[in-house]
Design a protein around this ligand. Structure first.
Ligand SMILES: Nc1nc2c(ncn2[C@@H]2O[C@H](COP(=O)(O)OP(=O)(O)OP(=O)(O)O)[C@@H](O)[C@H]2O)c(=O)[nH]1
Length: 461
């Protein structure tokens, strides 16, 4: 027990709140939009903007301007057209904007040119995600992973403009993510640092693997929550465990996995793991960097894919999550291994809810689907019963007749079954009926060898 508690992240590191005035720009490249394979529905521009603003807000920026910029032809020099750059420059000056977030990957050249043109620091989507990860990482491993991803990101960029950028920042420590001190160093130093971090991370991982193999010996299967950022994983985790995991309307509130041992209604114990929120366009090297964190998911007996069904982009988000899971070699169509949790149903009107019920009954690729609200608690009991059945087998009622001298078996019964009826007989014995999983029933058969006078009337199977 303590092992899991120890692994709960400590309080998040306090960051000095430096409120920077920022603009969010979402370039929409018309001709490349609908090229995704069949399943992924292209995102609505408005939701992309909303998500980008949400991401930016995750690092305490004051967003004073947010615009969608259609890009008919990407410019190698600035991505967006000259007219738009000019327009933005005006906004930056008028609104005293210090940072422009471009919600699209930028080449180093584009980033540099835009910074020069606009007179503000420019961060692309990867850079922003790294900033957020840097601020949210709470465990040592999480921090090392972010730092390494940051250094690798830097290595591929900007060697000539480190100094330029540093001067522009005016040394205010603004956006001082991990690796910032490396800005003036040369590639060799950067490489040395990367090597050092990799070794350190390796050491932390070895310890982790050790912990994990220890845990494997304990017969507790791991159930992992995954989902798009803000889908409600932490809220569901809290609803199930009563834990106080940080649940905020903050993207990526959870970066390091949080583990908690829980006892399901019929006594089965599992470890519930709350992991990092996924997001679209998560750069591959970032997924790789978080592979260790995601190992809980890879090794989980059961994966709960939590989805925000009140979001317009629910389906595109599911596509993104499935893509990342596929990268981790998790078969998302495997109904034995994956359950879909359709969350936030409390936010839906009757018609939308009815449509979901129909969709869930027709089965998303044959997966089990649960409609729940992590906030109101609706649907959670059924979800837990499903988890328990999957982990410990079918639940059936059994009748037990326990004579007085076999009463020491009672505490075991209460721990491993849900007692529904109990009669304390005059002869000192106890009769009861209880719901038990197949696993518990098998265990009970072994127990009754020690208590031969206990009579069990169990249903077939
Ligand atoms: N109305 C409603 N809101 C919910 C529900 N579940 C979660 N939320 C809200 O959605 C927001 C995000 O919830 P979190 O639990 O932090 O989401 P998460 O998936 O852990 O987010 P990341 O850490 O970014 O991955 C919070 O404001 C929650 O209160 C739900 O069932 N109904």
């Amino acid at each position: 027990m303590t092992e899991y508690e120890e692994r709960r992240p400590r309080q998040p590191i306090e960051h000095k709140t430096v409120v920077t005035r920022a603009a969010v720009v979402v370039p929409v490249l018309r001709q490349t939009q609908a090229t995704e394979e069949g399943e992924t529905v292209p995102r609505a521009d408005e939701s992309r903007l909303e998500e980008a603003v949400g991401l930016a807000a995750a690092i305490d920026l004051e967003i004073v301007s947010a615009v969608i910029v259609p890009v008919s032809k990407p410019r190698p020099a600035t991505l967006i057209g000259a007219g738009k750059v000019e327009e933005l420059k005006g906004v930056v000056a008028a609104e005293e904007i210090g940072l422009v977030i471009v919600d699209h990957p930028l080449t180093p050249v584009q980033q540099r040119n835009l910074e020069k043109e606009l007179g503000a620091k420019v961060l692309d989507r990867t850079g922003l995600i790294l900033e957020i990860f840097g601020r949210r990482a709470r465990t040592k491993e999480g921090r090392l992973q972010v730092e390494l991803a940051h250094l690798n990101y830097q290595k591929g960029r900007l060697v000539r403009s480190w100094t330029h950028l540093e001067r522009q920042r005016g040394g205010a420590g603004f956006l001082g993510g991990p690796g910032e001190t490396q800005i003036e160093s040369d590639r060799r130093q950067l490489q040395e640092k990367i090597g050092r971090l990799e070794r350190e991370l390796e050491a932390v991982r070895r310890t982790r693997t050790l912990h994990r193999s220890k845990r494997k010996k304990a017969p507790h299967p791991v159930v992992a929550l995954v989902g798009y950022t803000n889908a409600g994983k932490s809220t569901l985790f809290n609803a199930i465990t009563g834990a106080e995991v940080l649940a905020k309307d903050l993207l990526f509130a959870t970066l390091d996995p949080t583990l908690r041992r829980i006892t399901l209604p019929h006594g089965t114990e599992v470890i519930l793991s709350d992991t990092v929120g996924f997001i679209s366009d998560l750069p591959t090297h970032l997924v790789a960097a978080f592979r260790a964190t995601l190992e809980e998911v890879i090794e989980a007996e059961l994966v709960l894919h939590v989805r925000d069904m009140a979001n317009h982009d629910a389906s595109a988000q599911a596509g993104d999550v499935n893509k990342i899971l596929a990268d981790l070699e998790i078969d998302t169509a495997d109904a034995e291994h994956v359950v879909e949790v359709w969350n936030k149903v409390d936010l839906l009107d009757e018609a939308a809810r009815a449509a979901l019920v129909t969709a869930s009954e027709s089965g998303a690729k044959g997966l089990d689907v649960h409609l729940v609200s992590a906030v109101t608690g609706e649907g959670i009991d059924a979800l837990l019963a499903n988890i328990e059945t999957r982990v410990a087998g079918r639940i059936s009622d059994i009748a037990l007749d326990i004579p007085a001298d076999s009463l020491p078996i009672l505490p075991w019964i209460y721990e491993n079954a849900s007692v529904q009826e109990r009669t304390d007989r005059e002869d000192g014995g106890v009769s009861l009926t209880a719901g038990m999983t197949a696993q518990a029933r098998a265990e009970l058969r072994r127990m009754t060898a020690r208590y031969p006078d206990v009579r069990v009337a169990s249903p077939a199977g």
